[in-house]
Design a protein around this ligand. Sequence first.
Ligand code: FES
Ligand SMILES: [Fe+2]
Length: 448
Amino acid sequence: MGESQHTDQTWQREPSPAWDGPAPEELAAVSITAERYSSREFFAKEWDGLWTRAWLLLGRANEIPNPGDYQAEEVGPESFIITRQADGTIRTFYNVCQHRGSRIVFGSDGHVDRFVCPYHSWEYATDGTLVHVRDHEDFSPDPCESLRLAEVRTEEFCGWVWITMDDQAPTLKEFLGPIWDEWLAYQPADWQRVTALTARVPCNWKVIQDNFCESYHLPSVHPQMKETHEENYRYSDFQMAHQGHNRMIMPGATPSRTQLGEDLPLPAQLRERLTHWDLNPDDFVDNPLGARKAIQTQMRKLGPKRGHHHYNNLRDQQFTDSHHYNLFPNCSVTFAADGVLLQRMRPHPTDPEQCLFDHWYYAFSPATDKGIVGAATNIRIDGDQTEHRVFDFGDEPMGLVPDQDLSITAGQQLGMRSRAFRRAVLSGQEARVAHFHKVVDDYIAGRR
Ligand code: FES
Ligand SMILES: [Fe+2]
């Protein structure tokens, strides 16, 4: 290492592309009251104004590789069937029979030649065509001539399948705005799911998205992170996009600035990461802040040779720093160089005080490399186990960090029932919470 190592201030922000968020006065005008999280009237307005109009991340293309493969996904009162077509494209249908409205598919995934309604056995081809009606001569006219499964607009991006129920919605690319190019750089379409957990949580879906929109809670809710990251969160770089998305970049592969000058060992995780990239951790004991830059340089040099070809698209910062996105309306997506954590909140069909929380991790692990290192921290990774587990929150562990987050959000939902809570008071670090609610309001008011 060079002589400049002791003055290397790698915790400082690096320039990253700016986004075009709202003006501060627009955010200051947002009022976050308790009824947004519990009122059925607000819940209904949200369904009509927002859920039926935004683009929604629904499924994963590489999990339905063959014609006839399907995934069924619920969003509020709706259920959708995503299916692979004979021509290789993907189409999505409302999971409802056009005879008398039965749901057609009840499992979460599978393979069919035809979708057969369990009630009176109407049969639909995987392209939605109604192909068989028992006793069809008893109907007038023949339903096969006029009916088919109702379809929703579907697009694929970065390996995920997205839908919108709104035929007038902008394209997915317009909806994603600055996210489009940033995610594309990682080339994550083939990354494999390594964790898929879904919990039923007793809080409104926005309580969890709010939590993912701020880092103010980190020292309190995740005290284990204080050891290495205490100040990084406070000083993290964040941006907002007028489409409703937020981005926060948190420096990684670096100990806290507050530890400078103290005789602390390198965190074990950082040692492991240095070793993985053929660097000697002992060279950084006196210069822990030099580790981040050294890892970036090594990843740029060795990564493509080890099969990480997408590294050629990434900024140095993307090798080490966690890029955390609040995807409007209902996902939190955290990219590391070789893995992405998707956390998704889905509304309950009828109850504003409940939601579904998905915690899925997708990873890139080239055969030539030694596995997943430097993934976003504190994620439960079960090797290549891809079983999708669904349970009530608290019945099974999801990982330390999500368990900490969800316990706090369930408690917040209880507190917000109190007549003594009027509205949220936000710090500068919580501006993204205001932004999220502003865009929710825009959708409900028909301004989007
Ligand atoms: S409701 Fe589906 S066949 Fe009757
Ligand atoms: Fe958290």
